[in-house]
Design a protein around this ligand. Structure first.
Ligand code: PEP
Ligand code: MG
Length: 552
């Protein structure tokens, strides 16, 4: 039996076989091909698939973003059928007797160099296009579009890392646990594993080679330990532990329908964070007061092209209707940084977490923003939807948003389309800038929701994706707690509510502090709602001192 120690992301025990998920991207080696004819056929097959995918993307983009933005997708199709490109790949396969992916990679590099060195700006710009189309074909050839759960048997997924878009496309029923080499407990992939209630561990030491594929393993998500080839005694012990956890969970279910109030009478609302409408049942199962954060960007991450207004409308409407009148806070698109969808064509950035992401993308590309806003307003006629804007840093941004929302509402009025005219519109406080000017921002919006994941990242200058910085990361840093206190005080002074929707909201060690600060609501992963209610009902805030020097 081999034992590996890592860091727990989400508790729980899993027993099952390992499925190694390796991406094909890096594996373009100079491999000799057995049969050049077969390689040429593979190339042409991948090329046709790429053209088909581009045509689909073109049609969507045409509807969503207009002819001008969509045109590039047509150019890419033409380039894939270009005789010079295809002749080059086929020639390399035949003359050098290599695999199709290797021949495409050589052709890519050759054409890239050639276009880059041209004088004409238009031709120069084609260098990026040739790279783009070649990589699309390579991804298809390397099966890089395969998903970690292509197998039909539930398994423990072991991967170097998983992007949020890979994770969100998983069939939850086929995943027993996640084990990744990289990551951080505040990363979006970690957050997703919590929403799915799947045990997860970050374990930098686990060997990522084919030899572990298919082997039996136990993942102890509570202690962050992985056992490969466990002996029968350990399996029995872990299964016993699983039963105990189930029993604890049953006891918690007795709290359904009970009030969330402390012994000394302080009450607080408990909302759920979700990424997908598949999680709607867990919102009601865990008796949430509503949804405090619906990360709408995951609708975009699941797709290969922009979701239409109609598609988005149906999703938001379903969420509003399923919650039968309870509040559903939908956050507008927070794409960028670790949440990448290829079809946005975001350029590589030196500091993506500080780059063009979230509201900055929406204010730069108004058509994408307006499409989402139209869908949201239309859905607001079917339940209690509230809209929330991410990554705000200034009052000017809020004013610019208001200008756009007014345009959208005016358009809807002109078309006679119904929406909730009293819809609540709030912002996330997740940058130190927003926290420090929250007195001003509070005058412009209906509510605040504090995003402690990004607020911590930007306050401590600690990348939430990077496990190497863990030892410098203090989740209870006084600077962050003081900012939360300031934001709540400024909200209340201006008659608005302030909640927390970052991962810190579910930190039971801080629940009493948040109650003392006067936080109005906590929005957490659904499985944490009842444990929090349990904790709050056992707390008497009048009997203890504030643990931190918050300047209250
Ligand atoms: C946050 O930053 O705390 C937050 C809730 O948003 P996200 O985790 O999606 O960035
Ligand atoms: Mg955030």
């Amino acid at each position: 039996m081999d034992k590996y120690f890592g860091k727990s992301v989400f508790g729980g025990i899993a027993v099952g076989r390992i499925r190694l998920f390796q991406k094909g991207r890096q594996e373009i080696k100079n491999i000799k091909a057995d049969d050049p004819k077969e390689e040429i056929a593979r190339f042409n097959d991948a090329r046709s698939k790429a053209v088909e995918a581009l045509q689909e993307l073109y049609e969507k983009a045409l509807k969503e973003a207009g002819e001008q933005s969509a045109a590039i997708l047509q150019i890419h199709q033409i380039m894939l059928n270009d005789i010079d490109f295809t002749n080059s790949v086929e020639g390399i396969i035949t003359n050098q007797n290599v695999t199709a992916e290797f021949a495409v990679a050589i052709t890519r590099d050759y054409f890239y160099e050639m276009f880059s060195s041209m004088e004409d700006d238009y031709m120069k710009a084609r260098a990026a296009d040739v790279k783009d189309i070649s990589e699309r074909v390579i991804r298809i050839l390397c099966n890089d579009e395969s998903k970690p759960t292509d197998s039909k048997v539930p398994s423990i997924i072991v991967a170097e890392d998983l992007t949020p878009s890979e994770t969100v496309q998983l069939d939850k029923d086929l995943v027993l646990a996640f084990v990744t080499l990289h990551g951080n407990s505040n990363s979006h992939t970690a957050i997703l594993s919590r929403t799915m209630s799947i045990p997860a561990v970050i374990c930098p030491d686990i060997p990522l080679d084919r030899s572990i594929n298919g082997r039996m393993a136990v993942v102890d998500g509570f202690n962050g330990v992985i056992y490969i080839d466990p002996d029968s005694e350990l399996v029995r012990e872990m299964q016993h532990r699983q039963e105990k956890e189930l029993y604890k969970r049953k006891l918690l279910l007795e709290l359904k329908g009970k009030e969330t109030v402390t012994i000394d009478g302080k009450s607080i609302k408990l909302y759920a964070n979700i990424e997908d409408i598949k999680a709607l049942t867990s919102v009601t199962e865990n008796d949430a007061n509503g949804i405090g954060l619906f990360r709408s960007e995951f609708i975009f991450l699941e797709k290969n092209s922009f979701p239409s207004e109609e598609e988005q409308f149906e999703i938001y409407k379903t969420a509003a209707e399923s919650l039968s009148g309870k509040r559903v806070v939908i956050r507008t698109l927070d794409i960028g940084a670790d949440k990448q969808a290829g079809y946005f064509k975001l350029e590589d950035e030196q500091n993506p977490a500080m780059g063009l992401r979230a509201i900055r993308i929406c204010l730069t590309n108004k058509e994408i923003f307006k499409t989402q806003l139209r869908a949201l307003y239309r859905a607001s006629a079917f339940g209690q939807i509230a809209i929330m804007y991410p990554m705000i840093t200034s009052v000017e941004e809020v004013l610019e948003i208001k200008k756009i929302t007014n345009e959208v509402k005016k358009e809807l009025d002109e078309r006679g389309i119904a929406y909730n005219r009293n819809i609540e519109e709030g912002i996330m406080i997740e940058t130190p800038a927003a926290a420090l000017i929250s007195d001003k921002l509070a005058k412009e919006v209906d509510f605040f929701s504090i995003g402690t994941n990004d607020l911590s990242q930007y306050t401590m200058a600690i990348d939430r994706q990077n496990s190497k910085t863990d030892r410098f990361y203090n989740p209870h840093h006084l600077a962050v707690l003081r900012m939360i206190n300031t934001v709540v005080k400024n909200a209340h002074a201006n008659g608005i509510r302030a909640g927390i929707c970052g991962e810190l909201g579910a930190d039971l060690e801080l629940t009493e502090t948040f109650l003392k600060i006067g936080v109005d609501e906590l929005s957490v992963t659904p499985s944490m709602i009842l444990p929090l209610r349990d904790m709050i009902r056992k707390t008497d805030t009048s009997k203890t001192q504030l643990q931190y020097d918050l300047h209250i």
